[in-house]
Design a protein around this ligand. Structure first.
Ligand code: HEC
Length: 207
């Protein structure tokens, strides 16, 4: 018993000592990575330096807390992000689903090889299943197949879906989904077309 306890203590001491040694020598990896990006990344076309090295308040808070925010922090951040959402002035939420499908399929835009001012895509399929006809899709996000069929088009659903597309962090503080409206990735007209893709009964999402 005594032997066992002695062994435990020495293991504990060894652990404390090695932690202390490692943390004294531990480089600041976050700073090193940022310095490297600043030194090596060259702004070109629509891919600018600001987008790479300047985080807004929401990004900074999420980066500083990789293990997640507390419930209180998350609620506060979601409220501030929700306040950024601009709803369509004409209260028309739905555009053309056929164009919405093209936007969902399009992964171009804001890259160094794109022309400044070229039309951006939403790249939705990179993260979501959306229709049965498109078999190439990513799964970082949940399947959106039958989104409109399952949820309907009540004013609440229209408002929630618009808000989610406009600023995903309004409903999930550190969401991995791009903030399409907030960051000017998609225009209001494009957002309406994507809304129709999700919610129109004729869209392949709801077949
Ligand atoms: C980089 C990955 C990524 C891209 C690109 C992306 N999303 Fe998402 N999306 C997510 C993730 C992850 C979630 C789930 C977590 C969350 O809610 O933030 C999500 C959630 C959603 C939700 C909420 C689903 C629900 O059950 O309420 C909708 C709607 C949505 N995405 C639509 C879209 C549309 C439309 C596009 C394209 C314009 C798109 N997403 C592009 C990652 C992405």
């Amino acid at each position: 018993m005594r032997n066992l306890r002695t062994r435990h203590i020495s293991i504990l001491l060894a652990a404390i000592c090695s932690t202390a040694v490692v943390s004294a020598a531990e480089p600041d990896y976050a700073k090193a990575a940022l310095d490297m990006m600043k030194a090596d990344f060259k702004a070109k076309g629509p891919a600018t330096m600001e987008r790479m090295v300047q985080q807004d308040e929401a990004q900074a808070q999420c980066s500083a807390n990789p293990q997640g925010l507390t419930a209180k922090q998350a609620k506060k951040l979601e409220q501030s992000q929700l306040a950024t959402v601009k709803y369509p002035a004409d209260a028309q939420y739905m555009g053309d689903w056929k164009n919405g499908e093209k936007i969902a399929q399009n992964g171009r835009g804001m890259q160094s090889s794109d022309a400044v001012g070229s039309v951006n895509g939403g790249n939705c399929y990179a993260c979501h299943q959306m229709s049965k006809t498109e078999i190439s899709f990513g799964n970082i996000g949940p399947s959106l197949y039958q989104y409109g069929k399952l949820r309907g088009t009540s004013p609440e659903i229209l408002k929630y879906t618009w808000g989610k597309l406009y600023n995903a962090q309004a409903y999930n503080a550190c969401s991995k989904m791009p903030r399409f409206g907030h960051n000017g990735v998609l225009t209001e007209a494009q957002l309406k077309d994507v809304m129709a893709l999700l919610l129109d009964g004729e869209s392949p999402v709801n077949k």
